[in-house]
Design a protein. Sequence first.
Length: 229
Amino acid sequence: IRALGQKIMLEEGNLLDADIFLTHTHMDHIQGLPFFAPLYNPKNNIRLHAGHLEPPCDLQSLIDTFLMKAPIFPVPSSLIKQACTFDDYKCGQIFELEEGVVVRTGKLNHPNGACGYRIEFAGKAIAICTDTEHFEDDIDQNVVSLSQDADVMVYDSAYTQENYPKFKGWGHSTWQEAVKVAEAANVKQTFLFHHDPSHDDAKMDAIAEEVAKIRPGVRPAIEGEEIEI
């Protein structure tokens, strides 16, 4: 997100009006937020949304008392509050944004809660389904609903079917389950996401080769990659 912030600062003339939807607030998903440069420009208008937190915890207090508080981070959260507002919504809510963009939300199966997203615009749909763990006895209907007939689905594929049992209950899924969801929801393109850090390029290449044989249109996501829908 730091690189995105730098790009926006250059391309958008240093002004930004945007909504940022968080899937959840585990450290590996929010630790880059204080390095998002547009947050520090008081002329920007940035809305941060999270739908998984239960009272008394809320997004603003989490950032104030932990993420941007010494000794974790040296810059206080007070410096972002002119540009930033915080929204703790109820997962399942539908957002109708500017220019006809619709964001649908749905509960995911992850420790401490997480929300998935379906973004619809101009007849196209993208589903973001991470972090989430599949159910062994049935397919997760929340994930299917978010992904139904989507042009693109991004799905939590941290593990493989072989090593998943060691991490059961950790809140992540497998590329094999991604294939099942893609088939059940009739997804056009599926990107495997949230790769296990121990999976090097050789491992990811092997997964890409194997999954392509089972369902064309499913492949690992690549950092920095841009796709056209």
